[in-house]
Design a protein around this ligand. Structure first.
Ligand code: HEC
Ligand code: HEC
Length: 326
């Protein structure tokens, strides 16, 4: 009996030692990213304009980092909250913990260098050295061009400073440890060839994270072969559920029968000032998709996205768009 107890005690000791070693390794070895660059972004008018466009209408930084008003369709941003942070993504939305979008206005990031911002956006490490949960789409921004990232940084610096400290993100175990392995080294990217409309469409689709929501995931991993086929579920706190649409060119269950004009107009419909006061009931459902922000994309850019989406593999996958609250 004594012997067995001793073996058990030893075994437990070994397990504890392994855990300590493993966690230590995670802390020493990760996040594994490039050193902070010595960077000073000059805010040229071109960069500020491009940065404002990307941050508000393509990469939609301002969407997650501001307060959204869910009384209205697609949660328009509450004016005056741009960049203040505080949108929380928690269990009620199906997330493994409580993930808080940080304050990215100069009130919070003023002392962070451009190199630190560059690292957060492209690699996923925040100003304090913490790994960011990839809901912050740095895995996408990692392949944005140099000039586009610098433009976003220049623009973020011009946001109105707002004093606000959102609570720290809390992830469930073991994700709170695993998250350290997700940040990535920056992959240098050439400037996109805007004259090659398919390539440019692909570039914009990536920067806008369309894949992220439009591909169903199991345990945070997109299902192979289901890219853009929709069905990703977004539960709302009132227990209604919206599911992302199939945007592959499948005729029957995707957007194969949509013309380019249909597609562009669907987005542009939400560009009118009145769109910000549409209620979910006016549309018939509520949506997580930031329609109101993407609506500000140029027709040319929306067309480029459409053209690229025509080239992805058609997938037959019928999606029930909305289940109202019971
Ligand atoms: C889909 C939502 C979403 C979008 C879009 C998004 N972010 Fe974030 N961002 C987050 C969340 C959530 C965090 C915090 C994650 C965490 O705590 O693990 C974050 C963290 C950050 C941080 C770290 C701040 C710090 O304290 O060091 C920066 C900088 C940042 N985001 C900038 C941006 C920029 C710039 C863009 C657009 C190019 C952007 N974000 C787009 C959700 C988003
Ligand atoms: C935050 C998640 C999210 C992101 C990001 C997102 N979508 Fe969606 N999308 C949805 C959801 C949910 C729906 C279904 C509800 C609706 O129609 O609004 C949807 C619907 C659509 C539809 C309507 C299809 C139909 O059959 O009516 C199109 C088209 C579309 N998305 C294209 C895109 C494109 C292009 C992008 C990138 C620019 C994108 N989405 C980014 C969540 C998202």
């Amino acid at each position: 009996m004594k012997k067995i107890l001793r073996i058990v005690a030893w075994g437990a000791g070994v397990v504890v030692a392994l855990i300590v070693l493993g966690v230590g390794f995670l802390y020493v070895r990760y996040p594994s990213v490039d050193p902070v660059r010595d960077l000073s972004v000059s805010a040229t008018p071109e960069r500020l304009a491009r940065g404002a466009y990307l941050a508000n209408h393509v990469a939609v930084c301002v969407d997650c980092h501001s307060t959204r008003n869910w009384e209205y369709f697609a949660g328009p941003i509450v004016p005056g909250t741009e960049g203040k942070g505080g949108e929380v993504f928690d269990e009620s939305f199906g997330f493994p913990g409580a993930i808080h979008a940080h304050n990215i206005t100069p009130a919070a990031l003023g002392s962070a260098t451009d190199g630190i911002l560059y690292r957060a956006i492209t690699s996923g490490v925040d100003k304090d050295g913490n790994a960011l949960f990839p809901l912050m789409p740095y895995t996408r921004y990692n392949s944005m061009s140099e000039e586009d990232v610098l433009s976003v940084i220049a623009y973020v610096r011009t946001l109105k400073p707002i004093e606000n400290t959102p609570p720290a993100t809390k992830l469930d175990f073991p994700l709170n440890l695993i998250v350290r392995t997700i940040p990535m080294k920056r992959t240098p990217q050439p400037e996109p060839d805007t004259s090659n409309i398919y390539e440019y469409g692909k570039y914009l689709t990536n920067a806008a994270s369309c894949t992220e929501c439009h591909t169903k995931q199991v345990k945070g991993e997109p299902i192979a072969g289901m890219e853009f086929a929709g069905g990703f579920e977004f539960p709302f706190p009132d227990k209604s559920v919206v599911r992302s649409a199939n945007i592959t060119p499948d005729e029957e269950t995707g957007i194969g029968s949509w013309s380019e004009t249909n597609f562009v107009e669907k987005f542009k419909y939400f560009d009118a000032p009145e769109a910000k006061t549409l209620k979910a009931a006016d549309i018939g459902y509520q949506s997580m998709m930031p329609w109101l922000m993407y609506a500000g994309m140029t027709e040319r850019d929306l067309s480029a996205i459409y053209k690229f989406l025509r080239t992805v593999k058609p997938v037959k996958n019928h999606v029930e768009k909305y289940t109202p609250a019971k």
